[in-house]
Design a binder for this molecule. Structure first.
Ligand code: T1G
Length: 666
């Protein structure tokens, strides 16, 4: 396939990459670059060379689909070294996103010109990798140690204007005149001649590296790649260039061969796959969503509203009581103002978003909404009543969504005359922060309603996953299979802190009991202190409701930092005594087997029942909804790594009914 073309314009030779959709450096692109530059370098009429890309972006990186497959085409580093060694000035003309191997290609070019809207970055760390084609050695020679260390270890792209200020971009082009501006710039540089990046010196203070480690220790807990990136940048500060390249190569191969990068590359595609609905054409016509209604101005309703307002979509928020409505609107404003203080929004933007919010005490004001999301109390009766009213109020074709976290969407839909317009949109708290959105497909949900809900999710920056109707859909259904054995382990002698530590050491942001305290132990409690049928009842009876009143499984200080609680432990001991279970030593491995393996098992059952489209969707749910460590790829990916045979044996040993499909895979 012809993915690289060349043209000679007077004395400037232009090499154009055209490999949709993102000009990834597939083998035929590398071949084309090798051949094209070979031609340009050999032609005496050529005085300067421009490298640019067709389509929407400059090269966005190596072709991730090629990883792990037998190598094809010329070696990437060989092609880059050939470009850098050019005896004629080479200019990279950048638009869209020059990422990873794309930026590394731009770095072997001697100069870089970019349009203002372009972005440049090395996001390899997000794939559990590092720039493996000289990026960690050339960036410090162009932008200095601190900027290079930051770009490599955090992986965030830099807008072109800032890149120019850093010296990464040498010239800005007109937004619509990159091709011609690049040629003119190359012609200007004929006199200056080539400027091989490898010959430039590393500048800046190595202390920046330790500062980054200290500032990101919590965020990088358990990750290998950020530290490998920093080690390579540090190597650039004291090794000769070619030694530095060798160091980088060795570190790159270590990461590439490790399970963390395999997991993070898997998740890169899994997240994109989740957006696709099996059997639906890509161009299925969607319903227009220009105005959204949200019912309930509590934590969820407010958070849900914020997602739309931040994307300039007007919201009408409805509450039943003025005081609750005012509080809810006030919380939205306070959250936006807090974000503004952190620089995420300007004051004008906050006013603009608040200006798109209409508050009301009447459902009738939702009549002209294209999408209404109900976020009221988790009671089927309340939801049925609300949907019955919406059925009479909302315009034909409006999408009626429930934010329920586990109730039956089909039952809710049956309370309307338009079940085809009803869908679940389960946001995760805090709804304006958590990226996961479970879109629950009812039996009668129309295809375009499902597709529209998924598209709306993407539009407001969520990672949307299709779930089927069952108790807890995908995420909470699997969560419940962890909670019950965790409680049982308490009865058998483990402590909340031991169990939570196994989970946080595994990489979860918090363990089962820390999570219960955060959510509130009194959620769903029968409120009868005399009725103590579980450890949770016993804690609630003692007025221990969790973080909300600073005592639950743990005691909490004013900053909500939890410490083990003697009172909670004695309550657990007392309850254990009533269950004539004797206390025993419990190993961490047993805690893994009894709390994490059942989640994998439940994932297989969810797939058997068709409540998730694919195993990778289940992994997306757990990474974006619950903070499962992305370097472990999600419960299903991790289950394969852990070994399905080992999992089945442990489940059977612990008396858990194993999913047939899991047993068959063991
Ligand atoms: N390789 C292969 N396919 C890719 C790809 C890549 N690098 N990037 C995107 N795609 C596919 C993607 O799967 C999707 O496919 C389609 O392109 C559109 O992507 C040696 C080792 C560029 C910002 O990490 O960040 O270079 O679903 O939906 O929202 O040092 O894609 O349509 O079939 O994301 O407009 C480093 C990854 C690689 C950049 C565009 N580069 N890509 O976002 O579209 S490793 C990256 C992105 C490397 C070197 C190292 C984004 C984007 P499909 P999309 P988008």
């Amino acid at each position: 396939m012809q993915s690289v073309s060349t043209q000679l314009i007077d004395d400037v030779f232009v090499v154009v990459v055209d490999n949709p959709p993102v000009n990834a450096l597939s083998w035929h692109v590398r071949q084309g670059l090798h051949d094209g530059f070979g031609q340009g370098l050999a032609d005496p009429a050529v005085k300067a060379i421009v490298l640019r890309c067709a389509g929407s972006t400059f090269i966005a990186g190596a072709d991730i689909t090629e990883f792990g497959k037998p190598p094809q085409g010329p070696d990437f580093n060989a092609v880059l070294n050939m470009i850098e060694a050019s005896d004629k000035p080479v200019v990279a003309a950048i638009h869209g996103t020059a990422l990873g191997g794309g930026l590394e290609t731009a770095l072997v070019c001697h100069y870089r010109i970019a349009v203002p809207s372009a972005k440049l970055g090395v996001p390899e760390v997000k794939l559990g990798l590092l720039p493996g084609a000289g990026g960690t050695q050339r960036l410090p020679r162009v932008v200095g140690v601190e900027a290079a260390a930051t770009m490599c270890s955090l992986g965030e792209p830099v807008p072109a204007p800032k890149a120019e200020a850093m010296g990464l971009v040498d010239r800005m082009a007109g937004e619509n005149s990159l091709a011609e501006d690049a040629i003119a710039y190359a012609r200007e540089l004929i006199a200056a001649g080539p400027r091989p990046t490898r010959e430039r010196s590393v500048t800046g203070d190595i202390a920046a590296i330790e500062q980054l480690k200290a500032a990101n220790a919590r965020k990088w807990r358990g990750f290998e790649a950020p530290y490998a990136n920093l080690a390579c940048v540090e190597a650039a500060t004291h090794l000769p260039f070619d030694e530095g390249l060798k160091f980088e190569r060795a570190e790159f191969l270590k990461l590439m061969g490790g399970s963390q990068s395999a997991a993070q590359r898997y998740m890169f595609f899994a997240e994109r796959q989740a957006a696709k609905i099996d059997g639906f054409p890509k161009d299925l016509p969607l319903r227009d969503v220009k105005k959204v209604g949200v019912i309930g101005a509590g934590t969820m309703g407010g958070g849900i509203s914020m997602n739309f307002l931040a994307k300039d979509i007007p919201v009408t928020i409805v509450e039943m009581v003025q005081e609750n409505l005012d509080r809810g609107v006030g919380v939205i404003r306070k959250n936006y103002e807090a974000s503004a203080v952190k620089g995420r929004f300007t004051a004008e933007q906050v006013e603009g978003m608040m200006g798109l919010l209409t508050s009301s005490l009447s459902l009738d004001d939702l009549a002209d909404c294209d999408l209404v999301i109900e976020a009221v109390y988790e009671s089927m009766d309340v939801k049925k009543e609300v949907f019955g009213k919406l059925d009479t109020i909302c315009k034909p074709g409006a999408i009626l969504a429930s934010n329920t976290s586990y109730l039956n969407i089909d039952e809710i839909a049956a309370s309307t005359s338009r079940p085809q317009d009803v869908v679940g949109m389960h946001f995760f708290s805090p709804a304006n922060v958590m990226k996961l959105l479970e879109v629950v497909r009812g039996e009668k949900t129309a295809d375009d309603v499902l597709a529209t809900a998924m598209a709306v999710g993407k539009k407001i920056g969520k990672v949307a996953v299709v779930a089927g109707v069952c108790h807890g859909f995908i995420g909470n259904r699997m969560l419940s299979t962890r909670q019950q054995p965790a409680m049982q382990l308490l009865l058998e002698g483990a402590t909340p802190a031991q169990i939570d530590k196994v989970h946080t050491d595994f990489g979860m942001p918090m363990g089962p009991f820390q999570m219960s305290d955060l959510a509130g132990l009194d959620i769903g409690w029968h409120r009868d202190p005399a009725r103590v049928e579980s450890i949770r009842d016993a804690l609630c009876a003692a007025g221990r409701f969790g973080q909300k009143n600073r005592k639950g499984f743990y005691d909490y200080d004013e900053k909500r930092v939890g410490t083990p609680s003697d009172e909670a432990l004695s309550i657990i001991e007392e309850f254990r005594a009533t269950s004539n279970l004797s206390k025993r030593e419990i190993s961490d491995q047993e805690i893994v087997e009894r709390t994490l393996y059942p989640m994998v098992n439940e994932g297989y059952k969810i797939l058997e029942e068709g409540k998730a489209q694919r195993a990778s969707d289940i992994d997306v749910v757990w990474i974006y909804g619950y903070g499962w460590p992305i370097y472990r790829g999600g419960p299903m990916f991790w289950g394969d790594l852990e070994g399905t045979g080992k999992i089945v044996e442990a489940l059977e040993r612990n008396g858990v009914k194993v999913a047939e499909s899991l047993k068959a895979k063991a």
